[in-house]
Ligand binder design. Sequence first.
Ligand code: NAI
Length: 336
Amino acid sequence: MKKSVTVFRGDGIGPELVESVLKILEAAEAPLEYEIFDVGEAEWQKNGELIPQQAYDSFEKTRVLLKSPITTPIGKGFRSLNVTLRKKYDLYANIRPVCSNAAVKTPFSNVDIVIFRENTEGLYIGMEEKVDEDTVHAIKLVTRAASEKIIRSAFEYARENGRRKVTCVHKANILKQSDGMFLGIFRDIAAEYPDIQSDDKIIDNTCMQLVMNPNQFDVMVMQNLYGDILSDLCSGLIGGLGLVPSANIGADYAMFEAVHGSAPDIAGKNLANPTAFLWSACMMLEYMGEETCAKKIRGAVNRVLSEGSILTRDLHGTASTTEYTEAIIQALGRAE
Ligand code: NAI
């Protein structure tokens, strides 16, 4: 029996990514059926709604969402829909694996880092207050409950996946209470996992260490804003944003999306790299217990990347989104 998944088409390159990934899922015979909705800025301009009620209803029924990027106005306008969805459905763990691939040569090989980003609080609660014309307060919320959940998820993941180390990234030298509490909770929880190494680093030092020697890192756990910034930095270590997927996991719901945004500079040009979104779909299949199908797709992507002849422009190739999609579909049929 097919399992139902909600799909949000989103803005910018979103519709192209959805088309590509659904084609590949179909070719891989993923046992899924899809409830597809337009959401985001374009939908808001057309129908006055960012996310139609039927789209929310669908996600509340299927509890699994494959979401392509949504544009968020900068410095004005509506609150980020991504932040809204993560908060509304308590998708507290944002898991972002960053892994080297055969197609892109960077100064580093064998990067294999998994970022655990707290997804529901920090500076993302959006509480900004104008004190006077020249002064604004922004509140960063850190709670024991949310900190414990994300830190414990990172250690559990490390244990289940045979990982050696969890690093806590923070700024507790300056933010002694908020980051100080996060670090204290990290140290307490680390003591419950003597089989996993643990250490901590200040965020600024971490940035320097990442671009000098990323192989020292394994699983990393941090608050919301630090995770947002460090995951883009890490994507640069392996060839760019077109390659990094994410899972947003809560107790009852899960949402899968690429780390990158709606890329308005290349939207509608058939240039987008669908790999990050496809790997997000693989994470979704694994979450749904469809590991065999995920493995088949991962194998096909890795074959196309290592052959290196059909790659999108961000990976220094010349292929369009549709040519790359077709190459993956062809590779699905070839033995490893
Ligand atoms: P972006 O991630 O959309 O693009 C940054 C750069 O990477 C651009 O040059 C873009 O062309 C390139 N890029 C990104 N994804 C690519 C892909 N799949 N293939 C090839 N190249 C790719 O970041 P930007 O431009 O700062 O943000 C655009 C919009 O996306 C903003 O409104 C932002 O708020 C939103 N955004 C949405 C996210 C989401 O829906 N989860 C996450 C991040 C940003």
